[in-house]
Unconditional design. Structure first.
Length: 474
């Protein structure tokens, strides 16, 4: 894994054998115990077991926050084996840390829930760092040791920061062509843009804020037919509603900052990948275990790592993910229906509304995990998340008057919060990309993005109602 040949001494081998026994026990525990749990149990416990707690962590029932920069070793043999990555190690917290380790396992298991293969995860300091570290390994390497022009395909409807990263940092600064797909439901449009210099396909769904969607399985098949990976930003859905790897995606990026940690305690991200992904990059480690590869090599060298305190805060939020996402989705549905009948609203975009053009496609993919095993439902139920958007009649000025009149709903460029938040993307998240970029992404100036939190939906509706009524007042 280090990319160098290491001389394994007898003393090092002792540590390797000891750790192999530990790894075998861990694999058996995952296979025989954890993989048999329901989603909620995995979200609550992850890989942190009673045995871990009593043997290593003084019996702490909650994963400790390991605020330590590095690990000390028993002797030089253990140090040499650890730093050659021959045994699991915490060596140095830029590379690995016990708190981020449990965070990574919980996310790998949740995104891999229901998937027959194996998944792994690399934690990152933010969602943007997750995107950067997920795409770079496919772009940086000269496949055949000669200069090649490089391109990739991406859905034009995406988070504003993603647009900037791809358009400015990669395309303008580094000459790596980003081929935007304006209608990702058009498979021919994807197919027509792939050529021998394409490195990956990238899609965000449901997209923030317009809720673009595409047929994951069909796009994954297309990517694989060209020996390319499909990378999906699944931040808005979370694994409670959609697990793209189960449908053929190779890599998932998460802004864990958002719905996964609804409390709003800071910024964090993750890259989750299937083991044995599809790529034309001839690096076996990258192909076999992509998340571990980026964790131990590129991210070791670039350093976009997650703070252990942040990992523990996020872990705590994720324990109740499924029930929170269910409740917030139901409330959003109610608010969207109410808004769609309001005379001052031009249109409402929510995948859960039957007249949304992508409702049918989204209904194929977005299911509340384990609803069929839940007393309340006992059957599969669709849920569409808690992101919606709508246009206020009367243009940008009226939209801002309405927005300024909100009293309980917070004006913030944020989403996925336990508290309802709203923003006007044209003056916030999508301000940097200019009018042309917004047109490409279909962001009109009177568009309001609303994320319904865990308040009672009647109170959210009451706030919207008074703000809409007050719009015309001086
Ligand atoms: C917020 C967001 C990101 C970026 O994540 P950060 O944690 O803010 O860096 C990426 N994708 C989507 C869909 C987002 O909403």
């Amino acid at each position: 894994m280090t990319g160098q040949d290491v001389q394994i001494t007898e003393g090092m081998q002792r540590y390797v054998d000891l750790n192999n026994a530990y790894l075998a026990r861990r694999s058996a525990y995952i296979r025989d115990v954890v993989k048999k749990w329901r989603f909620d149990t995995i979200a609550v416990h992850g890989l942190y077991s009673v045995q871990d707690a009593v043997e290593d962590y003084q019996g702490a029932i909650i994963e400790p926050a390991f605020l330590s920069s590095s690990q000390a070793y028993r002797d030089s043999d253990e140090m040499a084996a650890a730093l050659a990555y021959l045994i699991p190690t915490w060596c140095y917290s830029r590379i690995a840390n016990p708190s981020t380790y449990y965070y990574e396992w919980t996310l790998a298991l949740l995104e891999g829930y229901g998937f027959a293969g194996e998944t792994s995860c690399c934690s990152t300091s933010s969602g943007m760092a997750a995107i950067m570290t997920a795409v770079q390994p496919f772009l940086m390497h000269k496949r055949h040791n000669v200069y090649e022009p490089r391109n990739f395909l991406a859905t034009a409807q995406c988070y504003g920061g993603t647009f900037q990263q791809f358009n400015v940092r990669l395309q303008q600064e580094r000459d790596i062509e980003c081929r935007w797909i304006e209608d990702p439901t058009d498979l021919d449009a994807w197919a027509a843009r792939i050529d021998k210099n394409t490195r990956f396909l990238y899609g965000e769904l449901p997209s923030n804020p317009q809720q673009g969607f595409f047929d994951i399985a069909a796009v994954a098949d297309l990517a694989h037919a060209h020996d390319l990976p499909l990378i999906v930003d699944s931040t808005v859905a979370t694994p409670a509603l959609l697990r793209p790897i189960c449908h053929g995606a190779d890599v998932v990026v998460q802004s864990v900052t958002k719905t996964l940690s609804s409390s709003g305690f800071g910024i964090c991200g993750a890259v989750i990948a299937r083991k044995g992904l599809t790529t034309s990059i001839p690096i076996p480690e990258l192909r076999n275990d992509f998340a571990l590869y980026i964790k131990y090599l590129p991210n070791r060298d670039y350093g976009p790592n997650l703070h252990p305190m942040q990992a523990v805060l996020a872990l705590n939020d994720m324990r109740t993910l499924r029930s929170k996402v269910d409740m917030m989705s139901r409330s959003t549905q109610k608010v969207a229906e109410w808004l769609s009948h309001h005379p001052r609203i031009e249109n409402v975009a929510y995948l859960g509304l039957p007249d949304h053009p992508l409702h049918e496609l989204a209904s194929k993919y977005m299911w509340l995990v384990d609803a069929e095993h839940d007393d309340m439902y006992g059957k599969p139920v669709n849920r569409y998340g808690h992101l919606m958007s709508f246009c206020v009649k009367g243009g940008a000025g009226k939209a801002r008057r309405f927005f300024d009149g909100l009293q309980r709903i917070w004006r913030a460029t944020d989403l996925g919060r336990i508290k309802s938040v709203a923003t006007i993307p044209a003056i916030s998240t999508h301000q940097q990309q200019g009018e042309e970029g917004r047109k490409l992404a279909n962001i009109p100036p009177n568009l309001v993005r609303l994320c319904v939190g865990a308040e009672h939906p009647d109170d959210v509706i009451a706030d919207l109602d008074q703000a809409l009524a007050g719009m015309d007042r001086k």
